[in-house]
Design a protein. Structure first.
Length: 148
């Protein structure tokens, strides 16, 4: 129940400083990949999908650890442990995509909604962390912008 509360209540989100948040971030990432599996296959057509899937998981974990390290340099350990929960709103991305498909909007907009949701939950984060997240989001958007 406490995890679901983190999706919508900013104070509950900011109070979570536990190591299980890394597991939540990894589950969220894999949920999004599985939900958009058809599009994932089109992006990596002609390659071994299992290898690409594992590479994407490793790249995501490196990205999360980078954000945690930057937070640790600027603040303390508790704030660094709350960084993986920044990705928790992305668990709603498949739901957003279905709703946007009903309204005849592109699926890529669902990532934008989840990103903005994540930004609103964690507005107290450092500008450096925010800029790294924005650049990573722009990189993601270059891949998913043609998903219809």
């Amino acid at each position: 129940m406490r995890i679901l509360k983190c999706l919508f209540v900013k104070d509950a989100f900011l109070k979570v400083h536990e190591t299980w948040s890394f597991l939540i971030a990894l589950i969220t990432f894999n949920t999004v990949i599985i939900a958009f599996w058809d599009n994932f296959q089109l992006v990596f057509v002609g390659t071994n999908l299992l290898v690409k899937y594992i590479e994407m998981n490793v790249a995501f974990l490196i990205y999360v650890f980078l954000l945690c390290g930057l937070t640790l340099l600027r603040r303390d350990v508790q704030d660094a442990l709350s960084v993986p929960l920044l990705f928790f709103p992305y668990i709603l991305t498949p739901i957003y995509a279905v709703m946007l498909a009903w309204l005849r909007f592109p699926k890529a907009l669902s990532f934008t909604i989840a990103f903005v949701h994540s930004i609103f939950l964690a507005s107290e984060h450092d500008p450096l962390i925010l800029s790294v997240r924005i650049f990573a989001y722009l990189g993601l958007l270059t891949v998913v912008r043609y998903w219809i």
